[in-house]
Design a protein around this ligand. Structure first.
Ligand SMILES: [Zn+2]
Ligand SMILES: [Zn+2]
Length: 332
């Protein structure tokens, strides 16, 4: 039986069909996020989307803790540390091991002799080792004393340990494309944020490297642990469907699948936001290649909200990240 049929049969007497439809939709949302560390929800709420459309959203509050693995490692401590003791870096579409050898080879790789990440005498790598150091080195205008540091923030540095996502139950106003650099792309099935691109140019410009772990994630003090790449690590643990692994939910309410569909191929007909329509499935996205620093290039419909803590009120038409001091990109 289809959803409308079930709604008509099930609650013709008890509740309006609309409310019943919401209950059904919330059930599938809860099912989709069953592997996330859920603090509250999902519940149905009123919301205002990025272009001002007022509609109904689901709201879910989650901890950015993947559950199926422990995040990290990120920075190698020594020039001799291999890839098992460090994470990855993304360059020119490639996923590189951010190991000791990588850190020692930065001057050559980026053709700039100012890179001196590994101490030539001790073989030691400078790594941020406190909340204060992570805050100073990860902000957009990097404190110059952290030049030539490998920057990592640890999950235990976080104050707010959860995030609330408010996402339309039905995608609204397709065609109003949204920049994911402001809002992020969405949320993974495990409750971890799928972010917009990491500001790699700003990171490199300050002679820092802020590696991602092998699952494509790292920590900042705002979003906590979050992804900039969808790697096999995430694909393997995601719920499988006939079209491929379902990685997460975009902020506009469309589903995000793995880069490769179930047949092992990347769909050839993706639009500029990495989306396409398939019969029986409707419109959805596929995550970008892991080396591309772009999980989604844009959102095809109006975005809901990714909120810090347990704030519930979503007015995405008002979401404008203030420019950081001295200009430059938004926080990593
Ligand atoms: Zn597809
Ligand atoms: Zn980041």
């Amino acid at each position: 039986m289809d959803r409308l049929g079930a709604a008509l049969l099930g609650c013709a007497m008890a509740a309006p069909a609309m409310a019943h439809g919401e209950q059904e939709a919330l059930k599938s949302v809860a099912e989709f996020f069953k592997r996330a560390t859920v603090v509250a929800g999902p519940t149905a709420v009123d919301c205002t989307l990025s272009s001002g459309t007022k509609t109904r959203c689901f709201s879910i509050t989650v901890k950015p803790e993947p559950g199926s693995y422990t995040p990290g490692p990120w920075c190698p401590m020594q020039g001799t540390d291999g890839p098992d003791r460090s994470g990855i870096w993304l360059k020119d579409g490639q996923v590189l091991d951010a190991d000791g050898a990588f850190m020692g080879g930065l001057a050559q790789r980026y053709q700039d002799p100012n890179w001196k990440m590994v101490d030539p005498k001790t073989g030691k790598i400078n790594v941020t080792d406190s909340r204060e150091a992570c805050a100073a080195a990860a902000r957009p205008d990097v404190d110059p004393k952290y030049r030539n540091y490998c920057v990592q923030c640890l999950p235990e540095y976080l104050e707010a340990d959860h995030q609330t996502y408010v996402i339309p139950l039905e995608p609204q106003a397709p065609g109003r494309q949204n920049d994911v650099r402001q809002s992020g792309a969405g949320v993974a099935f495990n409750g971890v944020r799928l972010d917009g691109p990491a500001p790699v140019e700003a990171i490199l410009g300050a002679y820092t490297i802020a590696p991602f772990d092998d699952c494509g994630g790292h920590v900042n003090l705002h979003a906590g642990y979050h992804y900039h790449a969808v790697t096999d690590c995430l694909n393997k643990s995601a719920p499988a469907a006939t079209h491929g692994a379902q990685i997460g939910m975009a902020l506009d309410g469309h589903t995000i699948f793995a880069q490769l569909a179930a047949d092992g191929q990347a769909p050839a007909d993706l639009d500029r936001c990495n989306g396409h329509s398939v019969q029986g499935l409707g419109y959805h996205y596929h995550a970008g290649a892991p080396g591309g620093n772009s999980i989604l290039a844009c959102l095809s419909a109006e975005a809901g909200c990714a909120l810090e803590g347990d704030a519930q009120t979503c007015d995405a038409s008002q979401v404008r990240r203030p420019p950081p001091p001295g200009g430059g990109p938004a926080p990593r």
